[in-house]
Design a protein around this ligand. Structure first.
Ligand SMILES: Cc1cc2nc3c(=O)[nH]c(=O)nc-3n(C[C@H](O)[C@H](O)[C@H](O)COP(=O)(O)OP(=O)(O)OC[C@H]3O[C@@H](n4cnc5c(N)ncnc54)[C@H](O)[C@@H]3O)c2cc1C
Length: 497
C-alpha cells in the first residue's frame, strides 16, 4: 500500500520533498498557508508587473548541481540563462564585477588592486581547492550529522584523500584563510567577501565556518543563472510536476495542528484552518523550528529532540526589509541583472547598509511589459531594532531614501522613471511566509549552527520530519531543496539518487 504523506509548506524544501515523494508512489497532500506557492522564493503581482518576493539568483543548475540533479530526476525544465557575470559588487564608489569564470575573476583583482592581487589570488585559489573535495560529497546529498547507516554511506561516498586533508579544518572559520593570506586589513577585499557571505551564509568571514564559506565562495564559479520570470518558476514547475503525478496541492490552507491519529490506520492527523483533517503515515514540516510550538501540542512538542527544541527558542536569524520597484526601462544595455550595493566601505555588521538588487532582464515579459523592468531589493535587518512603530517608520524611510539615492546616482533619471514603489518589512514577511518574527535565511552558518552542529531533518519523533533553510545544509534555495531530498529519502527509505 502506498504511504500517505502530508507536507506542510511549499517553500523550496517542501515542494521538493512533495514532488520526490509523489513521484515515488506516495499519496501526498501539500498544504500551503499563503495564496502563492514558494514562501521566500514566491512572487506577487501588481497590475502588469510581477515581483519575486525574495530569491532571484539561481545557483546549482549545472548538471551535477543540486537543482540540476533534482530537475533531471523529475524531468523539469525551466527557461534560464547562465550568466558570465554573476553580479557587480559596488562598495561605496568602487564597482567590482564578479565573474563566473575563475581566471577572469582573478584578472579583475589584478586590474583593480594590482599591489595586493597576488595575495587575493592565493586566497581564492586555496578556497576553491578546499571546496573541490566537498563538492564531490554534495553530489550524494550527504546528511550531516548522519543518522543512519545509509546516511553514513552517503557521507563516506565521494571520500578521497583530499577529503581527509579537510578534517583538521573543521573547527576553523574563514578568518583562518583571510589571516593566512594577510588580508584582514584590505578593506575592499574584506567588504567584498563579507557582502557575498552575508547573502549566502548569513554571517561574515570572521564567524563563517571555513568549509561552508569555501563552498559559498566557490559556487558562483560553477554557474549562476537568471531564471526567466524568477526563481519562483522553479517552484511552480515542482508543483506542476507534483500535481501531474497525482499530488494534491492545496492553497491557501494553513496547517493549524498536528496530532497523533485517533484511528489505527494512520499515525498522524493534520488539521487545517478550515477544520479539514488529513490522515498521514508521515508529516513533513517546512517551517522554521520556532513555528513548531504552534503546530504540535503537548506532550508531542516535549518529545522533539533537544537540539530542535533549543534552536526553536533562539533569536539569531536576520530579518529583511525588501523593496519592489516597477520602473521605465532607462537602463543601459550593460546594467547588471544582479548587484550588491554597500553604502559604506567600513560596515562590519551589514545591518541596513548592504543591498542586494535584482533587475529583471529587458526581455523578461513575465516580470514587466515592454519598455519596463521590475527590481527586487533586499537588505538584512536586525528585527529587534524594528519593534516600535516610530522607529520602524523612520528606518523604512531611511532605507528607501538611501536606495533611491544610490540608484539615481547610478542611473540618472531613475526616480522620475518609477512606476510602483512597494515595500515589505518583517511584519509583512511574517504574514506572507509564516516565519515567526519575519526571520528569514536560516541560521547563520557559524560553527554553532553548521555542519556537525546543524539540525537534521529528523525530529526525534517517528514519522515527523522537518526541512527548510534552517535544516542541514541550510542557506538558500540549494540548501532548502537538499533538506527536502533528505526528508523524502528517509521516508522512502531508499537512496533516490
Ligand atoms: C529577501 C531574500 C532574498 C533571497 N535571495 C535568494 C537568492 O537570490 N537565491 C537563493 O538561492 N536564495 C535566496 N534567498 C533564500 C531563499 O529564498 C530561502 O532560503 C528559501 O526559499 C527557503 O525555503 P524553505 O524551504 O526554507 O521555505 P520557506 O521559503 O520558508 O517557505 C515555507 C512555506 O511554508 C508555508 N507555511 C508555513 N507554515 C505553514 C503552515 N502552518 N501551514 C501551511 N503552510 C505553511 C509558508 O507560507 C511558506 O510558503 C533569499 C531569501 C530572502 C528572504
Amino acid at each position: 500500500m502506498s504511504k500517505k504523506i502530508v507536507v506542510i509548506g511549499s517553500g523550496f524544501a517542501g515542494s521538493t520533498a512533495a514532488a520526490m515523494l509523489q513521484k515515488n508512489q506516495c499519496e501526498v497532500t501539500l498544504l500551503e498557508a499563503a495564496a502563492e506557492w514558494g514562501g521566500c522564493s514566491g512572487k506577487f503581482q501588481r497590475g502588469k508587473f510581477l515581483f519575486p518576493v525574495g530569491a532571484t539568483l539561481a545557483m546549482g543548475f549545472a548538471e551535477q548541481g543540486i537543482h540540476g540533479r533534482i530537475n533531471n530526476y523529475l524531468n523539469i525544465n525551466v527557461k534560464s540563462k547562465r550568466l558570465d557575470k554573476v553580479m557587480d559588487v559596488t562598495i561605496e564608489h568602487e564597482s567590482l564585477p564578479y565573474y563566473s569564470d575563475r581566471e577572469t575573476f582573478i584578472n579583475m583583482w589584478y586590474e583593480k588592486v594590482p599591489d595586493e592581487a597576488s595575495r587575493i589570488e592565493a586566497f581564492f585559489r586555496e578556497v576553491w581547492k578546499t571546496a573541490e573535495p566537498l563538492k564531490k560529497h554534495m553530489v550524494h546529498f550527504p546528511v550531516v550529522p548522519p543518522g543512519t547507516f545509509r546516511e553514513t554511506g552517503s557521507v563516506l561516498k565521494g571520500f578521497t584523500l583530499s577529503s581527509l586533508k579537510l578534517l583538521p579544518l573543521l573547527p576553523f572559520t574563514l578568518d583562518y584563510f583571510v589571516k593566512k593570506h594577510d588580508l584582514t586589513e584590505h578593506q575592499l577585499f574584506v567588504q567584498f567577501i563579507n557582502g557575498v557571505l552575508m547573502d549566502s551564509m548569513q554571517t561574515t568571514y570572521q564567524n563563517c565556518t571555513l568549509l561552508m564559506g569555501c563552498m559559498a565562495l566557490d559556487i558562483y564559479h560553477d554557474g549562476v543563472w537568471y531564471v526567466e520570470g524568477g526563481l519562483y518558476k522553479l517552484i511552480e514547475s515542482l508543483i506542476e510536476n507534483f500535481k501531474f503525478n497525482g499530488g494534491n496541492a492545496l492553497k491557501p490552507r494553513r496547517a493549524t495542528y498536528i496530532r497523533k491519529s485517533s484511528t489505527n490506520d494512520y499515525q498522524w492527523e493534520v488539521e487545517d484552518h478550515r477544520g479539514n483533517v488529513y490522515q498521514a503515515d508521515d508529516v513533513v514540516i517546512n517551517t522554521p523550528p520556532a513555528n513548531m510550538k504552534k503546530l504540535l501540542s503537548e506532550p508531542l512538542y516535549s518529545q522533539l529532540n533537544k537540539k530542535l527544541k533549543k534552536r526553536a527558542t533562539l533569536d539569531v536569524e536576520w530579518g529583511t526589509y525588501t523593496l519592489y520597484l516597477a520602473v521605465k526601462d532607462i537602463f543601459p544595455a550593460d546594467a547588471p541583472l544582479f548587484e550588491q550595493i554597500m553604502l559604506s566601505n567600513k560596515s562590519s555588521s551589514f545591518d541596513e547598509d548592504h543591498f542586494f538588487v535584482s533587475l529583471s532582464s529587458s526581455t523578461d515579459r513575465n516580470r514587466a511589459p515592454e519598455g519596463c523592468r521590475t527590481i527586487t531589493i533586499s537588505t538584512h535587518i536586525n528585527t529587534k531594532n524594528w519593534n516600535y512603530k516610530e522607529i520602524y517608520d523612520q528606518k523604512a524611510a531611511d532605507i528607501e531614501r538611501a536606495v533611491i539615492n544610490a540608484l539615481e546616482k547610478k542611473y540618472p533619471g531613475f526616480e522620475n522613471a518609477l512606476i510602483h514603489f512597494l515595500s515589505g518589512g518583517p511584519r509583512a514577511w511574517e504574514r506572507f511566509t509564516n516565519r515567526s518574527g519575519g526571520k528569514v535565511g536560516g541560521f547563520p552558518q557559524t560553527n554553532d549552527f553548521s555542519l556537525w552542529r546543524a539540525l537534521q531533518h529528523r525530529t526525534g519523533i517517528k514519522g515527523l520530519w522537518v526541512c527548510g533553510d534552517n535544516i542541514f545544509p541550510g542557506a538558500g534555495s540549494v540548501g532548502a531543496s537538499s533538506s527536502g531530498v533528505h526528508a523524502a529519502r528517509s521516508i522512502l527509505n531508499k537512496r533516490i539518487f
